[in-house]
Design a protein around this ligand. Structure first.
Ligand SMILES: [Zn+2]
Length: 435
C-alpha cells in the first residue's frame, strides 16, 4: 500500500541538495516511488488506492537523521556522573555502574534510548555496547534501523571483559542478521587503553569474514594517544594503519587528537569518523579537526555518544554544537556551515554505514526513512534558509512524524510502535526509583 506526504517543503539531501516547495513524497511499502511538486506526484497515483495521506503544509519533510555513535543502554546512567574529571568519570563511576547491568537493563535502556531517538528524528543509529542481542530485541520492537556493534575489551576487572565470548556473540549475531532489512551487525573493540593490539587484529579479521564494519573509539583523549606512544611507539591511527586495519569499512568515533600524519592516514584509507562534539566538550576530551579531516578525504558523520557524556540523544542539538564548536575553537565563523553539518547527520552517516544507496536522502528507489518537522512555530519563523534553521533553531521536539523503512513509527508526536508510558514505568522499576 502507498502513503503520500503532500504540500510540504521537501529537503531532499540528494546530489544537488534540492529543496522542493509544495512538494510531495510517495512511497509504497519500504520504498520511495516518487518525489516532486504535489500536483505532479498526485497525477501519478490516479486510480490507485492510498493507505494514508499525510498533510505537510507548513512542515519540512527531510531524511531521518543518522546517529553514527552511541551506547544506547547508557540512557539508564543519564545524569549519574556529571562534571567529573575524565579518568574518574570513566573508571570510578561509569565502569562500576555498568558492571551491575543485567541483560534486562540493556534491553530496557535500549527501549528508552530508542524512544528518545524516535521522538527527536533519528531513524538510524550505530550502537556500541554489550548484550547486543538485547539491543536487537529492543530495536525490533521500536522498528528503528541500526548497526549494532558488539563491544570487545580485554580489561580484567570489567564485568563485560571476556573478549572470546564477545567474538562468539558477534559470529552468532552476524549470522542471525545477515539478511535482515533493518539490523546490521558490526564488531567494536573498545579503545587501546582497554583493548590489546592483538584483539584489534582479530576483530578486523572477524569483521572481514562477514563483510561487516569495524568500529572503535580512536584518539578521543590525549591520555589515550600518550598511552599508545609509550606502549607501542605510535599513535592509535598509526598502529591501526601498520596492522592494515583501516579501510572504507572502518568507523572511528571522536578523532580529537590527530597529528598531520594521522589525518593523512585516515584520508588515504577512506575511513569514516563519527564526530561527537557534545561528549568531547562535556568531558573536555579535545576537538576534532573537521576541516582538515574533510580535506583529507575522510567521511565525517555525527554522533551523540552515550547518555552519560551528552546527556541527550537529540541530533538537532548535536548539529548545532558541531557547527559552533568548530567556529569557536578555530576562530573562524565560516567553518562547519549548516549544510555541511546537515550532511554529516544524514547522507554522510549513511555512507559511513555503507547504506548511502538506501538511506540518507529522499530519492526514488531509496528506503522511506523520513521525518516531518512542524515549521509553523515562533522559533522557526521566518524561514530564509531551511538548512540553517534545522541546525541553529530546530530541536528534536519539532519532529511530528517519523517513518522508518516505510513504517510510521510516530505520528503527530504519538509513538505508535510501543507503549511509551509503560517503558518509563519499567525503567523506574528496574532502577528502583520512586516516581
Ligand atoms: Zn563512545
Amino acid at each position: 500500500m502507498m502513503i503520500l506526504i503532500k504540500n510540504g517543503t521537501i529537503l531532499t539531501q540528494d546530489k544537488n541538495r534540492r529543496v522542493i516547495k509544495d512538494g510531495a513524497v510517495l512511497f509504497e511499502g519500504e520504498t520511495i516511488k516518487a518525489i516532486g511538486q504535489t500536483k505532479k506526484v498526485e497525477s501519478l497515483i490516479k486510480g490507485k488506492k492510498l493507505e494514508k495521506i499525510i498533510e505537510a503544509k507548513g512542515k519540512v519533510v527531510m531524511p531521518g537523521l543518522v546517529n553514527a555513535h552511541t551506547h544506547l543502554a547508557m540512557t539508564l546512567l543519564r545524569g549519574l556522573a556529571d562534571d567529573l574529571p575524565l579518568e574518574e568519570w570513566w573508571f570510578k563511576k561509569i565502569f562500576s555502574a555498568e558492571s551491575k547491568f543485567t541483560r534486562r537493563h540493556v534491553f530496557l535502556g535500549s527501549l528508552l534510548g530508542g524512544l528518545e531517538m524516535i521522538k527527536s528524528g533519528t531513524t538510524c543509529f550505530v550502537d556500541f555496547y554489550y548484550f547486543e542481542d538485547e539491543v536487537a530485541s529492543a530495536v525490533k520492537e521500536l522498528g528503528l534501523r541500526a548497526n549494532l556493534g558488539v563491544g570487545i575489551l580485554d580489561l580484567e576487572t570489567f564485568a563485560f571483559k571476556n573478549s572470546p565470548e564477545s567474538f562468539v556473540q558477534f559470529f552468532e549475531l552476524a549470522e542471525r542478521f545477515r539478511n535482515d532489512n533493518l539490523i546490521r551487525i558490526s564488531l567494536a573493540p573498545h579503545m587501546f587503553q582497554t583493548t590489546s593490539r592483538e584483539t584489534y587484529k582479530k576483530a578486523k579479521k572477524a569483521a572481514g569474514r562477514f563483510n561487516c564494519i569495524m568500529q572503535t573509539h580512536l584518539a578521543e583523549t590525549k591520555a589515550e594517544v600518550d598511552f599508545c606512544r609509550k606502549k607501542y611507539g605510535k599513535t592509535p591511527a598509526q598502529i591501526l594503519d601498520k596492522e592494515k586495519i583501516l579501510d572504507g569499512k572502518t568507523l572511528l568515533a571522536h578523532g580529537c587528537h590527530l597529528d598531520e600524519k594521522d589525518i593523512k592516514i585516515l584520508g588515504k584509507n577512506k575511513v569514516s569518523v563519527a564526530h561527537c562534539p557534545v561528549s568531547n566538550m562535556k568531558l573536555a576530551s579535545g576537538v576534532m579537526p573537521l576541516a582538515r579531516l574533510e580535506k583529507a578525504g575522510v567521511c565525517l558523520a555525527l554522533g551523540t555518544d552515550g547518555s552519560c557524556s551528552n546527556n541527550s540523544l537529540d541530533m538537532f542539538g548535536e548539529m548545532k554544537f558541531a557547527a559552533l564548536l568548530q567556529k569557536s575553537f578555530f576562530g573562524d565563523p565560516a567553518l562547519a556551515d549548516s549544510q555541511r553539518v546537515l550532511d554529516m547527520a544524514t547522507i554522510n552517516g549513511a555512507r559511513a554505514l555503507g547504506l548511502e544507496k538506501e538511506i540518507g536522502s529522499i530519492e526514488p528507489g531509496k528506503k522511506a526513512d523520513i521525518i516531518i518537522l512542524d515549521f509553523d512555530q515562533p522559533h522557526l519563523t521566518p524561514v530564509s534558509n531551511i538548512a540553517s534553521h534545522l541546525v541553529y533553531c530546530a530541536n528534536g521536539a519539532d519532529v511530528l512524524t517519523s517513518i522508518v523503512n516505510g513504517r510510521v513509527v510516530m505520528e503527530n508526536r504519538k509513538v505508535k510502535v510501543i507503549d511509551e508510558k509503560k517503558v518509563l514505568v519499567q525503567i523506574k522499576e528496574i532502577l528502583k526509583l520512586n516516581s
